[in-house]
Write a protein that binds this ligand. Structure first.
Ligand SMILES: [Zn+2]
Length: 164
């Protein structure tokens, strides 16, 4: 297993390189279909709101916000100032932005947004729900399952093609 996707694909198709192109395409479609089904079962079997990778990042951000100090000097419920080791981050929950720009770019609650959400909703269930609410739906299990719900069609053999 490697992190380079081209090397991974080459490794998957080592034996099949000598076969005709149509066979290769069918094999690729079949192998990817198998991988998608395995991943679908894995993600569906977990009882989480977020896919495993996003869940880990959110968990880390959540644990890091314990050391942050939060104020909302304006008294509003959507604008917070978060103090983090000499760095001051302004969080605007209404605009869904944070001074660190991580939240703006990946739309996943950074540690500053987590601290602001905890200041707004407290430590209870509302806080957990707000993390889900303020993170993009692209990281949620439902979206993942819907994205890969479609079937990968295998190319039929050439003699079965209907050419007008
Ligand atoms: Zn931030």
């Amino acid at each position: 297993m490697t992190t380079n996707i081209a090397e991974s694909l080459n490794l998957m198709l080592t034996d099949e390189r000598e076969y005709p192109v149509s066979y290769l395409f069918n094999l690729i479609a079949r192998k990817f279909g198998q991988k998608f089904r395995e991943r679908h079962v894995f993600v569906d079997s977990t009882n989480n709101k977020f896919v495993p990778c996003a869940k880990n990042i959110l968990r880390d951000n959540k644990s890091m916000n314990d050391s942050l100090y939060v104020t909302n000097a304006n008294g509003g419920l959507n604008r917070f100032t978060v103090f983090d080791n000499g760095v001051t981050a302004k969080v605007n929950l209404l605009d869904r932005s944070c001074f660190c720009r991580k939240y703006d770019l990946v739309k996943m609650s950074c540690k500053h947004v987590m601290a602001a959400l905890r200041a707004k909703y407290g430590d209870g269930e509302g806080y957990g729900n707000s993390i889900c609410l303020y993170s993009s739906s692209i990281y949620k299990v439902e979206t993942y399952l819907l994205t890969y719900f479609e079937v990968v069609n295998v190319v039929p053999p050439e003699f079965e093609w209907t050419v007008p």
